[in-house]
Design a protein around this ligand. Structure first.
Ligand SMILES: [Zn+2]
Ligand SMILES: [Zn+2]
Length: 437
C-alpha cells in the first residue's frame, strides 16, 4: 500500500510564514506518539522535529513531510523515529540527535520492519532505506550548540531514556524549547530534565491530569510482590520494553534483591550493551555495568529452558505482543505459583491489555485463558501532571504548546493548570499551521 504520493499528500504549506515563525504538526499534535512537527521562520529556514509512527494495531502514521533538509530526532523510541528512513530516502534529510540515539536507531528500525512484515502493515519505506538513514546521522553532544542558517540549536538532557534529548532553538525572533518525551525526575538510568529559559515551550502532555505514584512506594510494592512469588516457589515473568524499561527493571532488581536468580531476554540485551558504551549519558554507569554483569543473559534455546526455573524473567515484548515473553508465558501458565508483573503502559489491542481486561492473551494466534496472578506497576519515565506544570513555569515560557497527548482526557486539565499560571496555551491539531508572531 502506498501511504504517500510525495509532494501531493503533505498538509504543510508551500510558502514560509509572512513574519515570525510557524509550527505545524504532521502527527502527534493531538495524540500520543506518531510525532512529526515542522517549524519554519519567515526567511524559509525550516526543520522537522521527530518523524515517528504510533505502534498501535494497526499503526498510525504522520502526514507526509514536505521536503526538509534537517530533522532532529529527540530519542530512539519508534513513535519518534519510525518514519525517518522514508525522509532520508525521499528528501535526503539529515538526522540530528545524540550519538546513542543514532546507534540504537538501526535496531529499532529493523524491529519495526520485522513487525510490519509479520503483522502485514504498510511502512512506506523498505529495509534498504535503513542503511541510507544510518548514513544520514549527524550526532551532537548535549549542551553543544550548532548552527542552521541563522538559528542556533542545542540538545539538552530530557531524562526519559538514555540518549533522549530536548531541543532548544534560538532564531532571530524566538526562543523555542521542544521537550520530546521528558521526565524531570531522576530514574535508575538517567538524570531528570532541567528547565531552560524559553519563549515558547512545546511540551509532551502524556500524563496531563495524572500524578505518578510515589516512586519508592511503587518499587517497594514491586519488590514485595516478587518476594511473595519466589517464596512460594514461583517464577515472576516481567514483560518490559527493550529500550529503557528492561535495563531500569534489572537495575531495580539488582539493587533490592541481589540474592535472586534473574534472567534477561529480548532486544533489551543489545540496547544495554550500546548504552554502556555511552557512560556520559547515564546517571550511574557503574550501577548499570554491575547490574548487567549480575543478571543472566539468555542467548540460546538451552538458556531459555534454563530460565524457566529462574526467580524472575525480564523479557520483551513489554506489551505481550509476541517475542520471548509469549514463549515464557506459554510454559509458565499452568503453574499457579507463577505470576505476571507488567511494568509499562499496555496499548489498546495489545496482548497485555487483553490480559488485564479479559484474563486472556493471544498465544500463537489462539486466545488463551491465563490463570496466573497479574499485577501492573507504574514505572513511567514521562513527567506527571505537576512535573509538567512546574517545568513550564521554571522555563518562564510565555507560550506553552501541549502535544503528544490525549486531547479529550489528558490535555484539558493540563491546559487549565498552565493557564492558571499565566501561560498562553496552544492545543495543536494535526495538519493545521499556527503562527508565532
Ligand atoms: Zn513518545
Ligand atoms: Zn519515548
Amino acid at each position: 500500500m502506498v501511504l504517500y504520493s510525495p509532494g501531493r499528500t503533505t498538509s504543510y504549506p508551500e510558502t514560509p510564514p509572512d513574519k515570525g515563525m510557524r509550527y505545524h504538526y504532521l502527527g502527534g499534535g493531538d495524540e500520543v506518539g506518531n510525532v512529526g512537527c515542522m517549524f519554519e521562520d519567515y526567511k524559509g529556514t525550516k526543520m522537522l522535529l521527530d518523524y515517528g509512527l504510533a505502534p498501535t494495531d494497526p499503526p498510525r502514521y504522520p502526514h507526509e513531510a514536505p521536503p526538509v533538509k534537517d530533522a532532529v530526532i529527540t530519542h530512539s523510541h519508534i513513535d519518534h523515529l519510525g518514519m525517518a528512513p522514508w525522509l532520508c530516502s525521499n528528501h535526503r534529510t539529515k538526522l540530528h540527535g545524540t550519538r546513542l540515539t543514532a546507534e540504537i536507531s538501526r535496531m529499532m528500525w529493523n524491529d519495526c520492519y520485522k513487525v510490519s512484515r509479520i503483522e502485514g502493515y504498510p511502512l512506506a519505506w523498505d529495509k534498504r532505506d535503513i542503511d541510507g538513514a544510518m548514513a544520514s546521522w549527524q550526532p551532537h553532544d548535549l549542551n553543544t550548540p550548532w548552527k542552521n542558517n541563522d538559528w542556533t540549536l542545542k540538545l539538552l538532557g530530557a531524562g526519559h531514556i538514555p540518549g533522549a534529548a530536548m531541543l532548544h532553538v534560538e532564531t532571530e525572533t524566538h526562543k523555542l524549547l521542544f521537550s520530546g518525551d521528558f521526565d524531570t525526575r531522576d530514574s535508575s538510568l538517567v538524570n531528570g530534565a532541567k528547565p531552560e529559559k524559553t519563549d515558547v515551550l512545546f511540551v509532551e502532555g502524556t500524563y496531563g491530569g495524572r500524578e505518578h505514584p510515589n516512586k519508592e512506594e511503587e518499587v517497594q510494592r514491586f519488590i514485595e510482590r516478587i518476594v511473595k512469588v519466589t517464596e512460594r516457589g514461583g517464577t515472576a515473568l516481567i514483560p518490559a520494553f527493550a529500550n529503557g524499561r528492561t535495563q531500569d527493571v534489572v537495575m531495580t532488581l539488582h539493587k533490592h534483591l541481589p540474592e535472586l536468580d534473574v534472567h534477561v531476554d529480548g532486544m533489551g540485551k543489545r540496547v544495554a550493551k550500546i548504552q554502556m558504551e555511552h557512560p556520559e549519558l547515564l546517571r550511574d554507569p557503574a550501577a548499570l555495568n554491575s547490574a548487567w554483569s549480575w543478571c543472566k543473559k539468555v542467548s540460546s534455546k538451552s538458556d531459555r529452558k534454563k530460565a524457566l526455573n529462574a526467580d524472575c524473567i525480564v523479557s520483551t515484548s513489554g506489551m505481550m505482543d509476541g517475542g520471548p515473553s509469549i514463549w515464557y508465558l506459554n510454559r509458565l501458565r499452568e503453574d499457579p505459583r507463577n505470576a505476571i508483573l507488567l511494568t509499562g503502559y499496555q496499548a489498546k489491542g495489545s496482548g497485555g491489555r487483553m490480559l488485564l481486561d479479559k484474563g486472556k492473551v493471544p498465544i500463537w494466534d489462539k486466545e488463551t485463558t491465563i490463570n496466573l496472578e497479574v499485577d501492573q506497576f507504574t514505572f513511567s519515565t514521562h513527567s506527571g501532571h505537576s512535573e509538567i506544570v512546574n517545568f513550564a513555569s521554571q522555563c518562564e515560557a510565555e507560550t506553552v504548546v501541549v502535544y503528544h497527548t490525549d486531547p479529550t482526557n489528558a490535555r484539558p486539565p493540563l491546559v487549565e493548570a498552565l493557564e492558571a499560571n499565566g501561560h498562553e496555551v496552544h492545543t495543536p491539531v494535526n495538519g493545521i499551521s499556527t503562527n508565532l508572531n
